[in-house]
Design a protein around this ligand. Structure first.
Ligand SMILES: Cc1cc2nc3c(=O)[nH]c(=O)nc-3n(C[C@H](O)[C@H](O)[C@H](O)COP(=O)(O)OP(=O)(O)OC[C@H]3O[C@@H](n4cnc5c(N)ncnc54)[C@H](O)[C@@H]3O)c2cc1C
Length: 313
């Protein structure tokens, strides 16, 4: 269930902040998202904690560089779309978003590859991690893809899916039971055996599974956010990170609607063509070739297959 709170739904702390008026740019759509906790996966969530700027802030940055030279694109929407179309990206760096994210560690590992952001993660050296681990929905359990080394293929039969889930659950529960035995503490941090030593938290946690949930505050600017979304809202990204990216896309639409539209039009749903593909497209349009000729334009068999899939040929 979506909740609105200044702190995470499962957090003990609840700092109170007075509502205040401001002279800063305010995006009404983003105000509605502030501190709203959107549940994701089985125990995860995402919430906007803070933001800076709106569509007009991007234009303000752009007009600093264009000055009076914006006459040809004086319309705000047209200028913003022009910026994204021509990869004039620095004006988008003037907008910033800070998110509170709860996610499994294996998703976090993919997320932190995006270096152009600032983050703080919960420390399992300081705190005992709650017994929370990700279990995929049975409908997501699938065999290894045959055409992608990184992807999933056919969904598992129900019997096998049930067995896989049982094994995953047993494994994670066993790991957490060991964690507590090593700590000599229950999940509330209470000592279990007064006569025994507990292992340091920084060591006890090393056997926990990658499915364990962690949390972070993640802050990035709009330019780098779009780069993240281009890679992680893409069908090639792992489903479990894609659900987070898709939720951020929804939030972005409410925050900077004109930028969001231009981003979808010119980047997210756009296609980039190689030199060989450009040659093929020209020949296809002129009726000088068919897809059967694709490799004669320098495309490999695989590239030709991917090209045909992308354009439904
Ligand atoms: C589908 C998919 C599969 C992937 N598979 C793997 C995998 O198997 N193994 C793996 O290790 N990674 C993998 N990655 C991670 C990927 O290689 C990138 O590290 C990740 O997507 C972050 O992209 P980035 O470096 O462009 O982003 P950021 O780190 O946010 O950087 C943004 C841009 O800043 C510039 N930049 C940042 N740091 C540097 C630097 N040190 N030097 C030069 N330029 C810099 C680059 O232009 C970069 O594009 C995968 C990513 C995706 C989306």
């Amino acid at each position: 269930m979506t909740t609105r709170d200044s702190q995470a739904p499962d957090s003990a702390e609840a700092p109170v902040r007075e509502a205040s008026s401001t002279f800063r740019p305010v995006a009404a759509g983003m105000e509605a998202h502030l501190n709203v906790y959107h549940p994701l996966l089985d125990h995860g969530f995402i919430a906007v904690k803070d933001y800076m700027g709106d569509d007009l802030s991007v234009l303000q940055m752009a007009r600093m560089s264009y000055g009076k030279g914006t006459k040809g694109t004086s319309n705000d929407r047209a200028l913003l779309r022009y910026l994204l179309r021509h990869l004039h990206t620095s004006p988008f760096e003037g907008c910033v978003i800070k998110l509170h994210v709860k996610l499994p560690i294996f998703v976090m590992r993919q997320w932190v590859r995006h270096r152009t952001a600032s983050l703080n993660e919960v420390s399992a050296r300081y705190s005992i991690l709650p017994d929370e681990f990700y279990l995929p929905d049975p409908s997501l359990l699938a065999v290894q893809s045959t055409d992608s080394k990184q992807g999933r293929g056919e969904t598992l039969a129900p019997d096998r899916a049930a067995e896989v889930l049982r094994l995953m659950t047993e494994d994670a529960r066993h790991n957490f039971a060991t964690y507590h035995r090593l700590l000599n503490a229950d999940d509330e941090g209470r000592t279990v055996d007064a006569a025994a030593d507990g292992l340091a938290r920084e060591l006890a946690r090393i056997g926990l599974p990658l499915s364990t949930y962690t949390q972070m505050y993640w802050q990035t600017n709009l330019h780098n956010l779009m780069h993240f979304l281009r890679l992680r809202a893409d069908p090639h990204a792992q489903w479990e990170i894609r659900v987070y990216a898709e939720k951020i896309l929804e939030i972005m639409k409410d925050w900077v609607p004109v930028t969001h539209e231009a981003f979808c039009d010119y980047q997210l749903e756009a296609a980039r063509l190689s030199r060989m593909e450009v040659g093929l497209v020209k020949a296809l349009l002129a009726g000088r070739a068919t897809m059967a000729d694709a490799t004669s334009f320098g495309l490999s068999e695989r590239e030709a297959r991917e090209f045909a899939q992308r354009f439904g040929l």
